[in-house]
Design a protein around this ligand. Structure first.
Ligand code: C2E
Ligand code: MG
Ligand code: MG
Length: 404
């Protein structure tokens, strides 16, 4: 039986709603204030919560914020009840992650429609998660909260919480921007800024990297086309690809659709794939990469030098670029071994007709060495941090030399 918690301080309104719900065979729980409501949400795990916005002490916003912070309550569908049709109240409630709202007085059918549509949506989300969650390890409590929050964000299509930042990739000789690496940022309304170091492993282990990755590809295609049309015809963007994405059946076809819809040439994208991804399933990776290359996409090995089987697949994989991991670049001026290895990688890559990008260049001295070693392209804080769209655009469209 579906259990619904009603948090409402006005007794007559509360009783009225409870009568309606009981007549429809819902199991009901009643709370006369926010504190009782929160306790019942934890102890009784209701299937849905109806909560008044205006209550003394703990109001509806506070109730929702507190529910969002606990793994066990963060995903319970939440509909708030407001006495006024004040847009600001509705907006604030929805921004906090409420699923729907009802303006009092509401009719029986308005109430039941809102409840039924939320319950159906929740069932779909659970099916989606269980389908994509078979391999996920047991989560620590903090991770559970992050996971619930990520799921809520995606379930509610609150994709505006995700942003793409762009880090310039610069021609080492001229200093001008030739490309940019797209890097995802999650500004969670519930948890603040979540770094990719936290987001990506979680998104990968839950399968949520697929919808996030699709959103990112679509977004980057759209933006790249805008910059090309604004005069940067040869500009290309790079996108990091996870193993879950690469092995997805329809990964290539969806990618081609995004390119076509944005009227973007496939060579305008370079997909960054780490050694770890290739090692995970070498045969599938090779097949997929060949398929991608046959459609004209560029491919690079990211974080090169940190995996295990570096050299074997260089011969087998259809790649255009090696990105030397920042480990080798960091303090290259003080470490003769790093210098020797980096020199060797660049020479070998050039003999294989590959382009080389040095990642994580932070000082002028590191840059000078990289340049002397004839590394084609450079990326790193010395030139620029990853930037929001508008700031990156300012650099790109004014054709700024980042080495001035
Ligand atoms: P990555 O692909 O190796 O990306 C480069 C990372 O190095 C970025 O971290 C960037 O901010 C950082 N970085 C750039 N210049 C410097 C520098 O001079 N010094 C140092 N110490 N670091 C520098 P970020 O943005 O935190 O991303 C971390 C990782 O998360 C990325 O490593 C990538 O593996 C993953 N990631 C980020 N966005 C996405 C995405 O959209 N999809 C997937 N699948 N993975 C992503
Ligand atoms: Mg990368
Ligand atoms: Mg990298």
């Amino acid at each position: 039986m579906t259990k619904i918690l009603v948090i409402e301080d006005e007794e007559s309104v509360r009783e009225n709603i409870l009568d309606l719900l009981e007549a429809e065979n819902f199991e009901t729980l009643a709370a006369a204030n926010g504190k009782i409501g929160l306790d019942l949400a934890v102890s009784e795990a209701p299937d849905l919560i109806l909560c008044d916005l205006m209550m003394p002490n703990i109001d509806g916003y506070e109730v929702l914020k507190k529910l969002n912070l606990q793994a066990s309550t963060a995903t319970i569908p939440f509909i708030f009840l407001t006495a006024r049709n004040a847009k600001a109240d509705v907006r604030q409630g929805m921004d906090l992650g409420a699923d729907d709202y009802l303006t009092k007085p509401f009719t029986r059918s308005e109430l039941l429609n809102a409840i039924m549509s939320r319950l159906e949506k929740q069932t779909d989300d659970i099916k989606y998660l269980s389908k994509n969650n078979q391999n996920s390890a047991r989560f620590l409590p903090e991770l559970q909260i992050l996971k619930s929050s990520l799921l809520r964000t995606l379930a509610k299509r609150k994709l505006r919480e995700f942003q793409v930042h762009y880090q310039p990739i610069v021609d080492t000789t001229s200093g001008s921007i030739v490309a940019a690496e797209s890097l995802v940022r999650w500004q969670s309304s519930e948890l603040g800024l979540i770094s990719p170091a936290e987001l990506i492993p979680l998104a990968e282990s839950t399968g949520l990297i697929i919808p996030i990755g699709e959103w990112l590809i679509e977004n980057v295609c759209n933006q790249t086309k805008i910059w090309q049309d604004a005069g940067c015809k040869d500009f290309y963007a790079t996108i990091n690809i996870s193993i879950n994405q690469l092995v997805e059946q329809d990964f290539v076809s969806k990618l081609l659709i995004s390119l076509a819809e944005n009227n973007l040439h496939p060579s305008s994208l370079e997909l960054e794939i780490t050694e770890g991804v290739i090692e995970h399933d070498m045969n599938t990776a090779i097949n997929r990469m060949q398929e991608l290359q046959s459609h004209g996409l560029k491919l690079s090995i990211d974080d090169f030098g940190t995996g295990n089987s570096s050299l074997i697949y260089l011969k087998q994989l259809p790649i255009n670029t090696l990105k030397i991991d920042h480990y080798f670049v960091h303090n290259i001026d003080k470490d003769r071994q790093k210098l020797a290895i980096t020199k060797g990688i660049i020479e070998m890559a050039h003999n294989l007709d590959l382009q080389v990008v040095a990642e994580g260049v932070e000082t002028r001295t590191e840059f000078n060495i990289i340049k002397a070693l004839k590394c084609d392209k450079t990326q790193g804080y010395l030139l620029s941090h990853p930037l929001p769209v508008a700031e990156f655009e300012e650099l790109l469209l004014t054709n700024q030399c980042l080495l001035a």
